[in-house]
Design a protein around this ligand. Structure first.
Ligand code: ZN
Length: 294
């Protein structure tokens, strides 16, 4: 199952010793914007995946020009899970607020319909967001939030921030080192960066193997604690904290998701006791990373 692809370099360490670890029959050109939805549940469906011999980073090496899929993205289910996602974002803010010393200007990259921006109001942040999906951008604007339609590059680097957050974003890009560089040029000297991303080295990822829910077409870069640390070091950042994060689900959403693995659960999911009850889970398979310029 392995083959050398010396023509492609590792997105993190730049070395050319990457080899194929997952062979798929998915043709990149046949993908649709639906394959990139936030709530897409085709777990295990990915592009061909490659691993770096030097740093172990896993990447969908042949993915490119992904922004166009996100620009057209519509995701009603994402909006329906807003309440749980709000708690999720509130939890993330509580995790980084201790390290936020310099001021209250926050930029949320890939802000969706602005859930983190809304949650940040409680903590007196003056937050702006940037989001490529026109549909999600419009949702955020309707809520009176300060959001630009676009990507991080569209925020001029003359604008400096105390906090830049990327919650479940960096695994979606083919140029993570470039993104870290862009964060650096937009952070104030004492500003902090916050990244939330799945951990490909987690126990759950190992148990579920290729069926792990974070293996999906939209995820093109798979970080571990080791590779995210390396990426930050190489970009001139100092790591402040790296921890597992918690997830918030409504019971019905969770049951529906589990039924992807165990079809019998589908029957249970129709039972009347399954409702919007909120569940907190620490699955240990997602990390929150906090860093500043070194
Ligand atoms: Zn590498």
């Amino acid at each position: 199952m392995t083959s050398n692809n010396s023509f492609i370099n590792c997105w993190i360490c730049g070395c050319n010793k990457i080899y194929k670890i997952k062979n798929t029959d998915i043709n990149f050109d046949s993908l649709d914007t639906e394959d990139f939805q936030i709530t897409n549940s085709q777990y295990g469906k990915t592009l061909d995946l490659y691993k770096c011999k030097n740093c172990n980073f896993i990447q969908a090496a042949k993915a490119s020009n992904l922004t166009k899929y996100y620009e057209k993205m519509v995701d009603e289910e994402y909006e329906e899970t807003r309440k749980e996602r709000f708690l999720q974002e509130d939890y993330i803010i509580k995790k980084f607020i201790y390290y936020n010393k310099s001021g209250k200007k926050l930029l949320d990259v890939g802000c969706g319909s602005g859930i983190l921006l809304e949650a940040s109001k409680k903590y007196k942040f003056q937050s702006i967001g940037v989001e490529p999906s026109k549909w999600l951008y419009k949702k955020a604007i309707k809520r009176g939030l300060d959001v630009r339609c676009g990507v991080l590059e569209d925020i001029p680097n003359s604008q400096k921030f105390d906090v830049i957050t990327l919650a479940d974003v960096i695994e979606h890009v083919t140029n993570p080192m470039d993104i870290l560089e862009q964060i650096k040029s937009r952070l104030k000297p004492e500003g902090i960066g916050v990244i939330v991303t799945p951990n490909v080295d987690s126990l759950l990822a190992k148990i579920l193997r290729w069926k792990w829910w974070h293996y999906r077409v939209a995820h093109v870069g798979y970080f571990s604690k080791k590779t995210i640390k390396l990426a930050l070091e190489e970009s001139g950042f100092q790591l402040l904290s790296i921890k597992n994060t918690r997830w918030f689900f409504s019971l019905d959403y969770l049951v529906k998701r589990i039924s992807t693995y165990l079809p019998k659960f589908l029957r249970i999911s129709k039972a009347p006791f399954i409702g919007k009850k909120l569940i907190k889970l620490n699955l240990g398979d997602s990390i929150i990373v906090i860093f500043k310029k070194s």
